[in-house]
Structures are given as structure tokens and as C-alpha cells.
Design a protein around this ligand. Structure first.
Ligand code: ADP
Ligand code: MG
Length: 291
């Protein structure tokens, strides 16, 4: 495209809240044939709320005090749900030391002379925690599209917390537009399979990769590129940054983390997935114009 038509296209995109930060992104957008979407904060609002509290000893207030003690040191959207609920219920979070976040797995810290861990099943099981007593509660949470987070003190499972995130009102419609434009759509998430499937099903995606660690999101992007796809990645989190950088076109959700925005070539100021389709359509029109 001529510099003039690209300028016009970039201006047009801006009217749709689609901020093109790298010149060639506009031209590349029209060639995309695979859009990979992160789940939390991209398809969903990214402001989860606490829906379930299951303490093995029945003391849900103590469970929440322990969980909030950990999560008040975390910046993950899941943490916000737990800290907010503890505060609303007037529960004082416990004091922990040596907080550590394991990307895509969970959080841990010292509490007294024990170690507290809050995170996904696989990670806690790797640390030798037997989660079978919480199995049915966890299944109920994930089948309802919620994320189960397990809390353990050393090797002892203390309970499970369910956190759910509303799907953005227009995600399903935007995904339908992508399909109508002949584009394949895939969802990648660090979340467990049942939760991922429940969300994907509600927005009309049948290609889902779950329990994907942050570093592997980028491998999926490169792998699909190598198979000949022109790949877009859409994400909001720190954990999406490598995948955004690896994609032919990276789209960051405008309300997302700075790292995601810096790694992407396009910012969706309105946070809506419609922006992806708008960019593709404007790109196609721009390229068409110059022939
Ligand atoms: P997503 O791809 O959905 O954005 P992440 O890669 O950030 O998810 O996290 C994957 C999983 O790791 C979460 O579903 C959760 O089970 C666990 N996890 C990550 N961060 C935390 C945290 N701060 N507290 C508890 N669990 C966490
Ligand atoms: Mg996300």
C-alpha cells in the first residue's frame, strides 16, 4: 500500500478504537487466517468474582483469610476476586512472608513455620498435596465455567475456592464475525480443560488448548505460523507477552498490562474483540484500494 493509503487506514482504524502502533501491522492484518485468543481478560472481562468457598474443616472464613493473605501480594486478576471478597466480608488477611508467584501455576508464601500454596491442581499435586477430598467441589466449579483454586498448608489440602469471570457481552458476536470472514479461531489458556471448554462453548470456539503455561503460548503461535497460518494473537496479560511478540500481528487489550501492550503491534482501546475484525476489514479495504 502507498504511505498515503496506509495513513488513511490507520486513521480509519483509530475511529474504531484500534490503535496501530507498527506500520506494517495494518497491511498484515488483512492476511490473517488464524486468530488465537487468550481467555481471561480477553474473551472474559478479567474481573473475576469469588463464587465458591469449600473448606475441608468447614471454616470458610479462615480459608478466605489465608487465601487473601497470599493474594494481596499478587497482581493476577484471580487475586483481585479473593482480596475483594475478604474485604467485603470483613475478614482480615493473614500475614505471610516470602511471597512468590509461579507464573501460570499459583502463589506461595511462608505462614508461621509452614508453607501456604494457592493455585491449580497440577501445581499443588506436584508439591505432593492430595486433592482427592476436594474433587467433587472442584468439578462443580469448573463445570460451571469457574476456575478452581486449591489451598494447601504444606502437604495438607485445606480447601478450594471457585472464581468466575463474566464473558464480555460482545465476545460471541465478534467471534462469529471472525468465522464469517473465513478466519479460524482458537482459544489458549492456562486454565483447566473443563473451565476452558465451558467458556469456549459459550462463545462458539471449538478449538481449545488448556493448561498452557505462559512460555508455551508463544510456542503454539510459532508452531501454527510454521504450519503456514498467518497468526494473530490477542491477549492482555504478562503471560501473553511472548505470544503477542511471536505472532504475525499481536493485539493487546487496551485495559491490559503494559507488558502486553508493548509486545503487541495493535492496541484495542475498547477492549472488545470486534476491534480485531475491524482491523482485518480495514486492512483488506486499504490493500484493495491501491490495486
Ligand atoms: P490465563 O491463561 O487464563 O490468563 P494464567 O496463565 O495466568 O491464566 O494462570 C493459569 C492458572 O494458574 C490459573 O487458572 C490458576 O489456576 C493458576 N494461577 C495463576 N496465578 C494465580 C494466582 N495469583 N493465584 C492462584 N492461582 C493462580
Ligand atoms: Mg489474560
Amino acid at each position: 500500500a502507498t504511505p498515503m493509503s496506509v495513513m488513511v487506514g490507520v486513521g480509519k482504524a483509530a475511529e474504531y478504537g484500534v490503535l496501530i502502533r507498527q506500520g506494517d501491522a495494518l497491511q498484515n492484518a488483512g492476511k490473517l487466517d488464524l486468530v488465537i485468543l487468550d481467555k481471561t481478560g480477553t474473551i472474559t472481562e478479567g474481573h473475576p468474582t469469588l463464587t465458591d468457598l469449600e473448606a475441608r474443616d468447614g471454616d470458610t472464613r479462615q480459608l478466605l483469610a489465608l487465601a487473601a493473605g497470599l493474594e494481596r501480594h499478587s497482581e493476577h486478576p484471580l487475586a483481585e476476586a479473593i482480596v475483594t471478597r475478604a474485604s467485603a466480608d470483613n475478614i482480615e488477611p493473614v500475614t505471610v512472608t516470602g511471597f512468590d508467584a509461579s507464573n501460570g501455576k499459583g502463589v506461595s508464601a511462608r505462614f508461621g513455620d509452614s508453607t501456604l500454596r494457592l493455585g491449580n491442581r497440577r501445581w499443588l499435586e506436584q508439591h505432593g498435596v492430595d486433592l482427592s477430598p476436594l474433587e467433587s467441589a472442584a468439578n462443580r466449579i469448573s463445570n460451571n465455567a469457574g476456575t478452581p483454586l486449591f489451598l494447601a498448608r504444606d502437604q495438607e489440602a485445606l480447601g478450594v475456592l471457585g472464581v468466575a469471570d463474566a464473558i464480555k457481552a460482545d465476545s460471541a458476536a465478534a467471534i462469529q464475525r471472525l468465522h464469517d470472514a473465513g478466519i479460524r479461531v482458537m482459544m489458549v489458556t492456562g486454565d483447566v480443560e473443563a473451565t476452558a471448554a465451558a467458556i469456549a462453548n459459550q462463545v462458539g470456539i471449538d478449538d481449545v488448548r488448556s493448561e498452557v503455561l505462559p512460555e508455551n503460548k508463544a510456542s503454539i503461535v510459532s508452531d501454527m505460523h510454521q504450519r503456514g497460518f498467518r497468526v494473530a494473537m490477542v491477549g492482555d496479560g504478562i503471560n501473553d507477552a511472548p505470544a503477542l511478540a511471536a505472532a504475525d500481528v499481536g493485539f493487546a487489550i487496551g485495559t491490559g498490562t503494559d507488558v502486553a501492550i508493548e509486545s503487541a503491534s495493535i492496541t484495542l482501546m475498547r477492549g472488545s474483540l470486534h476491534g480485531v475484525v475491524d482491523a482485518i476489514e480495514i486492512s483488506r479495504a486499504t490493500v484493495r484500494n491501491i490495486h
